[in-house]
Design a protein around this ligand. Structure first.
Ligand code: ATP
Ligand code: MG
Length: 273
């Protein structure tokens, strides 16, 4: 499972179809992410971003198509193999969109200790790593609190810390800055920027277009279970027609006759009127 060479594929998906009963969430989906890339998944609600992240995390398996991780098939059968699954889970961390799903321990400290205890780290190392990470994440004051009684943004930061504690080199982040106040958001952006520079692979779903350039080298734009565009953040951000078509920016409003405002897609950036 060695994919630490830059530009070697970490994930490769071909013609993936994923259905929840009658709902097709991914519809013939092909995608590749190479080691060390930072890729932002963009698209309207319900277009399949979280579904893709769950597949990459080995939590959901497609009805059709192929998924590989570092050249090896990523299937339920393969993950039933203890040595493959231990290595995979150690290397790949997923931050869920909904932090409630991620938090199940009695205290924040226990939440962060859970993974290291499973891996039988020495107690001293666990305590030291947790205390360092609590500081970095600005959540030291929450250490003895019950995770399920925290605010939405606090939960998000604890959930992220519980992913980072094992220092995964591949991070899957489902809307990591949603529900965070501006200071916490910029803290997460700083972390994302330093991960980018440290050669980690980051794949994140986001609706935040303002910070794309800092946090992603490439964007994959989804529409109804397919990728409709891929490119550098600036190229995607300048494609206003695309962003309006897939409902990532608000349709432009302007007056057609006195008093009447009408929403409609607008292919050109205005200079004001
Ligand atoms: N557990 C589920 N059961 C049935 N349908 C589901 C389930 N989870 C997601 N879906 C459907 O699958 C499609 C893709 O959902 P997904 O959660 O992947 O979208 P998303 O791009 O992450 O959206 P959002 O921006 O709202 O988080 C949607 O049509 C959604 O309604
Ligand atoms: Mg989602």
């Amino acid at each position: 499972m060695n994919a630490n060479r830059p530009n070697s594929p970490v994930f490769h998906l071909e013609d993936v179809v994923f259905r929840y009963g009658a709902v097709t969430a991914l519809d013939g989906f092909s995608f590749q992410v190479n080691h060390g890339e930072s890729v932002a998944l963009l698209g309207a609600n319900g277009c399949g971003k979280s579904t893709l992240l769950r597949i990459l995390a080995g939590l959901s398996f497609p009805a059709a198509g192929r998924v590989t991780f570092c050249g090896q098939a990523l299937t339920a059968e393969r993950l039933a193999d203890a040595s493959f699954s231990t290595q995979f889970r150690r290397r790949v961390g997923l931050l869920f969109q909904n932090s409630e799903v991620q938090l199940f321990n009695a205290t924040v400290f226990d939440e962060l200790a859970f993974g290291p205890l499973q891996l039988e780290w020495p107690r001293d190392r666990i305590r030291k790593t947790i205390s360092d990470l609590l500081e970095v994440m600005g959540i030291a004051h929450l250490k003895d609190r019950a995770p399920h009684r925290l605010s939405g943004g606090e939960k998000k930061r604890v959930a992220l810390a519980s992913v980072l504690i094992l220092d995964p080199d591949i991070l899957l982040l489902d809307e990591p800055t949603a529900a965070l106040d501006p200071a916490s958001q910029s803290q997460i952006f700083d972390l994302l920027i330093s991960w980018r520079n440290s050669g980690r692979t980051v794949i994140l779903a986001t609706h935040d277009l303002d910070n794309l350039e800092d946090i992603a080298g490439r964007c994959a734009v989804f529409d109804r279970g397919r990728i409709v565009a891929e490119g550098a953040p600036l190229d995607i951000l300048h494609d206003v027609a695309l962003l309006e078509r897939i409902q990532l920016v608000r349709p432009h409003h302007h007056k057609h006759e006195p008093g009447a405002a009408q929403p409609h897609p607008h292919p050109h950036l205005h200079t004001g009127e």
